[in-house]
Design a binder for this molecule. Structure first.
Ligand code: SIN
Ligand code: MN
Length: 262
């Protein structure tokens, strides 16, 4: 799959692109069908909110056969290779539940802040490719981006270990206010199957989900094979140590699975 010149320019300028309906409703439904079983698992990869509901499941591609395919899907990996100009490996693979009524906040941050501080990632040559597993609307805690904020490079951040159940390097309010003054805030919405690709230095956050609708999102974090991490202090299910280039599967790899179970 190749991005258009317009999409590449938007990614460079705004720091993100939205690919509406890149996965079909059926493909998104197949991915979503695996979540109840994952969320019931009693394993370290399953992180709970303070309320007790699931916040995040890490590394599901290592123990679920649908997500093993998603992690090698050409519609996710080829754009990452194209935008980074190199082969890529999987730095992190996670599903954020953002459960109806209970899904907690993600504070304002840059992903590269955490990957650099905690994992020793040398340069911002990684990116998040997010897949909506539910329809995302203005009420169920959509991701919020500050367009063009990635152009500031890595911004000083503080380590917040208390606000939520998951530690994160976050920006202070004055800095966020100044960035928003320049760039505003956008919250891309879309139906299940939509994909968002965003730069690792793009400042983003999401509000709690007070709506009755879940907002499950899958994040594939690809990193350039030339930019492997150098610190190994977080568990390997959060910051992977396998720097092998991802070998993509065929574009119909999820459809094949649907046929096999039909
Ligand atoms: C993240 O920033 O890693 C997740 C944000 C979200 O899912 O709202
Ligand atoms: Mn993030």
């Amino acid at each position: 799959m190749k991005l258009t010149q317009e999409q590449i320019e938007a990614y460079e300028d705004l720091g993100y692109i939205t690919l509406d309906g890149l996965f079909s409703r059926e493909e998104a439904a197949l991915m979503k069908s695996r979540l109840p079983a994952l969320y019931r698992m009693d394993r370290d990869e399953v992180i709970k909110e303070k309320s007790g509901v699931v916040r995040t499941v890490f590394a599901a591609h290592t123990f679920d056969d649908v997500f093993a395919r998603v992690a090698r899907h050409p519609r996710l990996i080829e754009p990452a290779r194209e935008l980074l100009g190199s082969d890529v490996y999987m730095h992190q693979f996670k599903i954020n539940a953002k459960a109806a009524f209970n899904g907690d906040v993600w504070q304002w941050h840059q992903d590269f802040g955490t990957w650099h501080e905690d994992d020793g990632m040398p340069n911002p040559r990684a990116m998040n490719v997010a897949v909506f597993l539910d329809d995302v609307n203005e009420f169920n805690g959509p991701l919020m981006f500050i367009p063009r904020s990635h152009k500031n490079g890595r911004i000083e951040a503080g380590h917040d270990r208390t606000t939520t159940s998951y530690p994160l390097w976050t920006l202070d309010n004055d800095k966020v206010a100044a960035l928003v003054e320049d760039g505003g805030i956008v919250a891309p919405k879309g139906k299940a199957g939509t994909v968002l690709i965003f730069q690792s230095t793009l400042v983003h956050a999401s509000a709690p989900n007070l709506s009755p609708w879940d907002r499950n999102t899958l994040y594939v974090t690809t990193n350039s094979v030339d930019n492997a991490i150098q610190k190994f202090q977080r568990p390997d299910y959060i910051a992977h140590r396998d720097f092998t280039p991802i070998q993509t599967l065929d574009d119909n790899c999820l459809e094949e699975l649907m046929k096999a179970v039909a």
